[in-house]
Design a protein around this ligand. Structure first.
Ligand code: BGC
Ligand code: NOJ
Length: 819
């Protein structure tokens, strides 16, 4: 088993020491509007707000080799050609290191006494990527070498860019002024934005036409201009515009030269797009951007500002537990990943192409659960954007594009779980901030301002969307799918190409498009888990009748679940469209599913009959593996037309018995809730990336972030991770560790502290900023229990219960003794 680097916790960095990682290990730059993906060899691309509609640089997915295309610097040192990040030339370096930090990446390569250290970051409130190259001659004699930069422009709409060549090969346009190359494709016509790539020094040449720079029969690994050691001063006119600077550099022994590059994006108002000639682009804003980062001092200040911003964000919640790996996940990487998933939903990663999906309704609502404490104002804005795409009956568009913020009608709605996540996300926002005002905010339905209603109304229609769509057992209709996109109970697809998510069989047309028999137990338990948040809100507002009415629906649902959906030792998964049980002992395959179990336990369904402990035991016996809990067991080995996509995956992958780490968190929460701190922690540590660092060669994906999926026990590649970065796993594991295991959980009336930890822990410390106050929390565990607060004091005064009141500022000492 092998690692490919190590954590540097003091710097909040992961240090990669070999460029040959088992998969590209990436980082994200930018958290506001301009975003870049960058791999450990500087592959990747950037975009403005929307990875599909405003793609700035080009990237080819599923390439050979896998990670080709990026911002590349080439050095031709008397015929030895190399890149600081090893790829794409792949000349063996004398030393290599990549440090992925909070919003920045530093790649350092050394060859024949020449060292190149490149720092990449997107500064705060800045629409561009800054790249600082520090070249040092560490040898004993002078060195003269040729230096080239390289970026390939995308023609803005990334989908069109990779399909519509008959047009696109004739539209590319650039302008070159001094050391700045402007990408102005379509700017004359109907766009108000352009991009530029600049360097803070004179250059000895440039290229803007890809084929001139690379050569039609060469590759990124041997661009002909670099091989020839000189630029062509090519001017792109159609074909593929690029931006490459060329400079000959001489360094004396010990001498250093620093170059600062900026790859920026600019939007201009329609009447200011051009200079007087109506052709030359108005560079006013671009020049101001360039001026902001044209010296190493300004770069240092920008980087320091970025680091300070991250220190502040990560300072909101901090733990000091007996386990370094927990500390590193909670204090650094899990929170960092939550920011990334909050920003990008499931749009752009090395597994999501940026053209496939925008912001998912269920995904983004869940992402808020792990992010809300970082920047509550941004969570608020997102909640309003999401709710604005909701329909008046409580149904939801399943996705929206971040640029237009409009519901995506290609995918439509009718995913049965969608509305419920909004109750949880709005609830978590209010619990975090105490901002009840959000409920009065007028929020459109279907993006139509004339249909605006207060946010509270959106929660009401969300809640009743479930209640109004029940099946024969009084359980929620499954519709197209619930959280599990691959359980498609109204699909019955037998024709290639039908999308499991959007196709429903015409036989259900008369019933309104989907089966009125198929029911989701998962949505039932999600309803009983999320419903109390809605009730809590109503009670707080003094709407007691409405609260009682809603509570009655929750109680009824619990009863229905116990009557029709408890299989004796665990909860069923669904009733299919034929009225048959799914996820039951009676089934040949797929006898137990993970999804309904955690929410059922946390809703205390059947607790008095011991359903919670029985279910936890069944999970441990049937679903657990050393790398996490599989989604279902036994895996499906044939196609079940009545179930849909789930049975199309080979056993052990994705939704068919893969270890879907997102829903592992629900079990971690549930085990902790039920007082089983050891069990909760066992599952937590099976999947938390830092715990899998030692098996990086098997695990493959980054050891600092969660992936969506690890191959399950039925797969030949058991333990291999995929789909890293953009997954609800980030938010839910943040919730699981911080709110359920560490047990610091914002509540409507204060901060609840109710840990459920491994019994060996002597205790731990945590700090939490909450509604303007700081809580220094000390938990002592003298009797080595998992759960149970024996005493709780705040500033020396004992408190009844486990909720610490919200204070108006100040620092407060909270001491909790378990026992
Ligand atoms: C995947 C799901 C995904 C869905 C929607 C399915 O093929 O297995 O995880 O959510 O597609 O894109
Ligand atoms: C990935 C999707 O983004 C998410 O919404 C879904 O719940 C899971 N796949 C499970 O199918």
């Amino acid at each position: 088993m092998q690692k490919f680097g190590h954590f540097d916790d003091a710097k909040k960095e992961y240090v990669i020491t070999s460029p040959r990682t088992p998969y590209p290990w990436i980082n994200y730059l930018g958290t506001q509007a301009f975003f870049s993906l960058i791999s450990n060899t500087a592959g990747g691309y950037c975009f403005y707000k929307d990875a599909r509609l405003r793609r700035i640089t080009r990237y080819r997915y599923n390439n050979v080799p896998i990670d080709m295309g990026g911002r590349y610097f080439y050095i031709n040192d008397n015929g030895t050609i190399w890149n600081p990040g090893w790829s794409p030339v792949k000349t063996e370096l004398d030393s290599y290191e990549c440090r992925h930090g909070m919003g920045y990446t530093i790649i350092t390569g050394k060859k024949n006494d020449l060292k190149a250290e490149v720092t990449f970051f997107v500064p705060q409130n800045y629409d561009g990527e800054v790249q600082q190259v520090v070249l040092t001659n560490e040898g004993k004699s002078a060195k003269t070498f040729k230096f080239f930069s390289f970026a390939e422009w995308c023609l803005w709409d990334a989908q069109d860019d990779c399909t519509n060549f008959q047009r696109n090969f004739s539209t590319g346009r650039v302008e070159v002024v001094g050391s700045t190359i402007y990408h102005k494709t379509e700017y004359r016509d109907r766009r108000d934005h352009f991009a530029f790539y600049t360097v803070n020094d004179t250059i000895d040449g440039y290229d803007t036409d890809r084929d001139s720079f690379i050569g039609l029969y060469n590759g990124f690994n041997d661009p002909q201009a670099v091989v020839a050691g000189k630029a062509n001063n090519s001017f792109a006119d159609g074909w593929s515009p690029i931006a490459s600077h060329y400079k000959e550099i001489t360094l004396q022994p010990g001498e250093t030269k620093t170059l600062v590059f900026v790859l920026g994006y600019v939007e201009m108002p329609a009447d200011k797009k051009f200079e007087a000639d109506g052709v030359t682009i108005n560079k006013e804003k671009a020049l101001a951007m360039i001026d902001k980062f044209n010296t190493p001092e300004k770069v240092a200040a920008g980087l320091a500002e970025l680091k300070a911003a991250w220190d502040k964000l990560l300072g909101i919640f901090n733990v000091n537990t007996p386990d370094d790996k927990v500390n590193r996940m909670v204090n650094i990487w899990n929170q960092y990943q939550c920011m990334v998933t909050f920003n990008l939903s499931r749009s752009a990663s090395y597994f999501e192409s940026g053209i496939g999906r925008g912001m998912g309704f269920r995904d983004s609502n869940q992402d808020i659960l792990g992010f809300v404490h970082q920047i509550p104002d941004r969570a608020r804005e997102r909640l309003i954007d999401l709710a604005s795409t909701q329909l008046e009956d409580g149904g939801c568009y399943h996705q929206y594009q971040p640029l237009t913020k409009k519901g995506n009608s290609d995918i439509g709605g009718d995913f049965s779980d969608d509305p419920l996540w909004m109750i949880l996300s709005v609830g978590s926002y209010i619990k975090e901030t105490g901002d009840w005002g959000i409920l009065d905010e007028l929020v459109p339905y279907d993006n139509d301002a004339s249909k605006a209603k207060p946010m509270l109304d959106h929660l009401t229609v969300s809640f009743y969307h479930i209640v109004n769509n029940l099946g024969p057992h009084g359980l929620p209709l499954a519709m197209r799918a619930d959280w599990n996109d691959c359980i498609n109970l109204s699909c019955f697809s037998d024709t290639p190409g039908e999308s499991f998510q959007t196709y429903t069989n015409p036989k259900f047309a008369a019933e309104g498009g989907y089966s009125k028999i198929a029911e989701s137990v998962m949505v039932a338990t999600l309803f009983t888990y999320a419903g109390p948040t809605y009730v809590g809100i109503l009670k707080h507002l003094g709407k007691n009748d409405e609260a009682a009415k809603a509570q009655a629906e929750i109680d009824k649902m619990k009863k229905n679940v116990m009557e029709s959906a408890f299989d004796g030792d665990w909860f069923l998964r669904a009733y299919d469209a034929n009225g048959n049980k799914m996820g039951s002992k009676e089934c040949e395959e797929g006898q137990i599913f993970i999804e309904p179990q955690g929410f059922a336990i946390m809703s205390e369904i059947g607790k008095e009959q011991g359903a919670d402990k029985k279910t936890l035991a069944a999970i441990d016996e049937r679903l657990n593996t050393k790398y996490g809990l599989v989604l279902n067991n036994p895996a499906f080995t044939k196609y079940y037309i009545q179930y849909g996509e789930i049975s199309t995956y080979p056993g052990g992958y994705k939704e068919n018995a893969g270890i879907f780490t997102h829903n592992n968190a629900w079990i971690i929460c549930a085990a902790a809730y039920a007082g089983e701190g050891d069990q909760a922690f066992k599952y937590y540590s099976e999947i938390a990336p830092a715990f899998n660092e030692e098996i990086s060669d098997l695990h493959k994906t980054e050891p600092y972030v969660y992936g969506q999926m690890v191959a399950g026990k039925d797969a030949s590649r058991f333990g291999e991770g995929k789909n890293s970065w953009l997954t609800g796993t980030a938010a839910w594991n943040m919730v699981a560790i911080s709110q359920y295991i560490i047990g610091v959980q914002p509540d409507f009336d204060g901060l609840k502290v109710d840990p459920s930890i491994p019994h060996e822990w002597d205790g731990f410390k945590a700090t939490r900023q909450f509604r303007g106050a700081t809580y220094n929390i000390t938990v002592e565990n003298p009797n080595h229990v998992c759960k149970g607060v024996k005493s709780l004091t705040v500033d020396g005064k004992a408190i009844d219960g486990v909720v610490v009141p919200a204070f108006d500022g100040g620092v407060h000492e909270v001491v909790v003794v378990l026992g």
